[in-house]
Write a protein that binds this ligand. Structure first.
Ligand code: KIV
Ligand code: ZN
Length: 536
């Protein structure tokens, strides 16, 4: 990609690093829907996954490369450890994209070298040029990352970076893998690389960082001031542990404080040219799509996309905002696409109206999925007068776009109350069409339902989280339930919504179970924790 010192490239890794969040795994259809929305949002690069991890990951990257990347669309990138087998798989998966990139990496900090890779610095110095050159045989656009760069010896980093660029890497990424650095330190690290790597002008300098100390966004902004021109981030900041730097926060910081940042990018202070290519009006929609499909709930006070980010609750603020919104607002809600929750649909709305609204929300459904969504919409419209965007998102995000489910919920019935022991009767159907029914007692109706489902499906797991929230206001609101199950250290989430929270709970449990059983058939490697053996 041509270097433009006045622009900051947005490299979105929601589908790779974001999907590494415990319980956030996505199926192929969901990944495609997010990738299409990222393209509409205007990200420069989509990191679509880690193709060597599993057949499922390979196929997802390949489909995204085929359907989302275009001549004018985003670059489609895949991740590969610095090993021939990873790079080959990655090269093949991204090959359908007209604009493609291989992102290969190896750790450079002494702590990772000693305990994870069991390699010396000179081993790594030998591997890097070999693997970057090999990656170049599949793609002209190669990015190289020094994993755990923020804890690496800067002099060693300079050597590695120089060698990666000489071997053909056109982007050099500096990750703060464990979220350890602070803004000033990170800015100095980037300035040091710019100053001490003789061929640095031949590459775009990128940053990647985790939020363990809540500093990821601040670190990136300081890096930009010191010459970084690509930021690797995720929607809603999802990702390993405390997550990655949040795309929406970075983009809006550069947008709202453009006059402050312009000079660091060599521009006139008042230059109106945007610093990124992001269509900010797509931010809210993208955030909701990612939250709905991953089941990663956005905290209400989250900057830019939290439910309270634009709510002016206290009386004094409301008074000020009404007189002049600049008194308490630095971002106009419309800039991030937060419209006044349009009440667009109801009992009489037809299929095409529902389809158009869903498309606008980022759900490009197949005919079958649309039929399913429309049936659910009609069912809800019988029970609820006004169907909002949030309702629509809730009804499609978990039941529609799902592959063949192993278990289907057929019936759930509970009896409970002050004088009754909560009792649930549940019927499920398996893939062969066999129905099974059981009855269970519990401490409450939801507990009874979950116990019945567990005994019917006979799948070992531990329920580690149950949460319920209402999707909109009002007594007829949908209740949205999220359930997380753990098996062998892996977490699987399921969510569902219904005006009856017991039914929503039963369906959420089944959805989590279906993810759990399908993951058994699709074992995936972790790019950072699973070390490559040989084959270099
Ligand atoms: O956090 C990290 O270091 C990574 C690399 C693979 C870029 O995700
Ligand atoms: Zn990362």
């Amino acid at each position: 990609m041509a270097k433009d010192p006045g622009r900051v490239l947005i490299f979105d890794t929601t589908l790779r690093d974001g999907e590494q969040s415990p319980g956030a795994s996505l199926n192929l259809e969901e990944k495609l829907a997010i990738a299409h929305q990222l393209a509409r949002l205007g990200v420069d690069i989509i990191e679509a996954g880690f193709p060597f991890a599993s057949q499922g990951d390979f196929k997802a990257v390949q489909r995204i490369a085929d359907q989302v990347g275009g001549e004018d669309g985003p670059i489609i990138c895949g991740l590969a450890r610095a090993s021939k087998s990873d790079i080959k798989a990655c090269g093949e998966a991204i090959s359908p994209a007209p604009r493609k990139r291989i992102h290969t990496f190896i750790a450079t900090s002494d702590i990772h070298l000693k305990h994870k890779l069991r390699k010396s610095r000179s081993d790594v110095l030998q591997i890097v040029p070999e693997m970057v050159s090999y990656a170049r045989s599949f793609s002209e656009d190669v990015e190289f990352s020094c994993e755990d760069a923020a804890r690496s010896d800067p002099n060693f980093l300079y050597q590695i970076i120089q060698s990666a660029i000489s071997s053909g890497a056109s982007t050099i990424n500096i990750p703060d893998t464990v979220g350890y650095t602070t803004p000033t330190e990170f800015g100095q690290l980037i300035a040091g690389i710019n100053k001490n790597v003789p061929n640095i002008d031949e590459a775009v300098l990128s940053v990647h960082g985790h939020n363990d100390l809540g500093l990821a966004v601040a670190n990136f902004l300081e890096a930009v001031k010191n010459g970084a021109r690509q930021m690797e981030c995720t929607v809603n900041g999802i990702g390993e542990r405390a997550g990655n730097a949040a795309l929406e926060e970075l983009v809006m910081a550069l947008h709202v404080r453009r006059r402050y940042f312009n000079t660091f990018l060599g521009k006139e202070m008042n230059s109106p040219t945007p610093l990124t290519a992001i269509r900010t009006e797509e931010i809210t929609k993208t955030s909701r799509l990612v939250s709905n499909l991953t089941g990663m709930v956005v905290q209400p006070n989250k900057a830019i996309v939290g439910a309270n980010a634009f709510a002016h609750e206290s009386g004094i603020h409301q008074d000020g905002v009404l007189k002049n919104r600049l008194t308490y607002e630095i971002v106009d809600a419309k800039t991030v696409g937060l419209s006044d929750n349009r009440i667009s649909l109801g009992k009489l709305s037809g299929r095409s109206a529902v389809r158009a609204r869903l498309e606008d929300l980022g759900y490009d459904l197949t005919r079958e999925d649309l039929n399913d969504a429309f049936a659910r919409f009609k069912d809800l419209a019988d029970r609820k007068r006004e169907i909002t965007d949030r309702d629509l998102e809730a009804i499609v995000s978990e039941q529609v776009m799902q592959p063949e489910a192993r278990f289907q919920l057929k019936l759930v019935q509970v009896s409970c109350g002050t004088a009754l022991k909560p009792t649930a009767t549940v019927t499920i159907e398996d893939q062969e069409g066999q129905e099974q029914t059981t009855v269970a007692l519990g401490t409450g109706p939801v507990d009874a339902v979950c116990k019945a489902l567990k005994s019917l499906t006979n799948e070992q797991n531990e329920l580690i989280e149950f949460s319920v929230k209402s999707v909109t206001e009002g007594i007829d609101a949908l209740g949205e339930v999220t359930i997380r199950l753990r098996r062998n250290g892996q977490i699987f989430s399921g969510h569902s919504s219904d005006t009856d929270v017991v039914v929503a709970s039963a369906q959420a449990y089944i959805n989590a179970l279906n993810r759990l059983v399908s993951s058994d058939q699709n074992f995936a490697l972790h790019p950072q924790y699973d070390v490559v053996n040989g084959n270099l």
